[in-house]
Design a protein around this ligand. Sequence first.
Ligand code: UD1
Ligand code: MG
Length: 471
Amino acid sequence: MEAAENEGPGQALAVVILAAGLGTRMKSKTAKVLHRICGRPMISWVSGAAQAVSPQRFLVVLAPDLADAVHQVLPQNTEAVLQAQQLGTGDALRATAAALEWFAGDLLVMNGDAPLITAAALQGLLNAHRQALPACTMLTVEAGDPSGYGRICRDADGRVARIVEERDANLAEKNICEINAGVYIFNAGALWPALEQLETGNSQGEFYLTDVVEILASDGQAVLAHEIDDPAVVLGVNSRKDLAAAERVMQRRILDRHMIEGVTVRDPSCTYVEADVKIGRDTLLEPMTMLAGNTQIGEDCVIGPAARVADSVIDDGVTLVASYVLGAKIASGCSVGPFAYLRPGARLLQAAKVGTFVEIKNSVVGEAAKVPHLSYIGDAEIGSRTNIGAGNITANYDGLSKFRTVVGSGVHTGADTVFVAPVAVGDGAMTGAGSVITGDVPAEALGIARAKQKNIEGYAREKFASREEKD
Ligand code: UD1
Ligand code: MG
């Protein structure tokens, strides 16, 4: 391959993310880099950090059978490159040779399985590289537990000599704690000839990108290590255990950001907030609260304990205890739970109350209306200040289609009312307890639909008398 011409070294920057690995250790049908960390695919965290250093080119190496799925979550300016066979990280970078043939400048190469990498760490690496202009600058860190990572071997003068993978390391090398983060900046002109020289004489029979370091160093070219302090930033995810470790670090970063912005998190060790969630000031998150997806929470709310909210909008001053809220909208001053289930299309208007063992789906609960106990409200409109009695059910489904129930304002429904939809109840009306309402109830009327009670005199006395005789 022709080496790229190097005009004005250090000017242009191309990013290459290696994401074609099989992820065998994950034991998963899903591509490793699509496993989620705090609600985002791993690769999105990596690409987000990389985009922040403003590269002119942005390439991601993908495996052919998983390429489409991964490509979908990548930014628009991504150039996808296929690695036909997964022959190692060195081979993965080689796959970009044709696309980068005319690229002269710096190549920031990074593993796609290290989601905790930050834009600040990448910028620091780039600055270090651009000061010294060596053939390669790589990110390293002193790890408390280096197991699983490539170790940095230095010569007697402390210069980087090579990287040895754990599987190929001898005992002395295994004791080295300085590890390879899998993030490198190469001078394009120096890289391509060195990549050509890779061989597979290692325990995995792969082309290791890490061997480029030894090839460059033994050729007398400068290889620098840019060491950072925090090992968490470079954590590589190879197994489900690593995935959980990465999630924990990322979760703490997200919570710290919200706390800095004025949210109280009573116990960060058991509070879970995904990346895109927004939370207003003076809101309190109680333990076992999980906020997911595209969720927005206003100011002065109390969320939890034990609440899960996903893809929902909650306005200011809402109290939400021990409940599930999915795809719902809750206006200011509402009170929800304990043990409520708000499903997609549930809309609570200002100061509404939804209480215990209540399920609401695709329905509007009007201003200051109350559904306090044991009810199912589906495909319904409940007017303002209406009080729904305990155990009310909207029978919205006849096995074929869904029908709507419309209850006006200021209505008072009796306990155990069943609304057989389609049905409407006018403003200011009432229903009798235990009624099965199959027809509309006019405004201000009482709808009552139940068998009349009859009493059988002496029946119980006789029954109990015969029981006593038996004793
Ligand atoms: C790699 C490094 C190791 C470093 C560690 C940091 C090598 C040989 N080793 O080890 O020194 O400490 O990362 O986390 O590079 N990939 C491909 N095609 C392939 C193989 C891998 O695109 O054929 C991609 C993977 O999707 C992954 C990245 O390269 O994103 C790293 O591969 P992985 O197998 O995870 O390497 P590690 O064993 O973690
Ligand atoms: Mg890895």
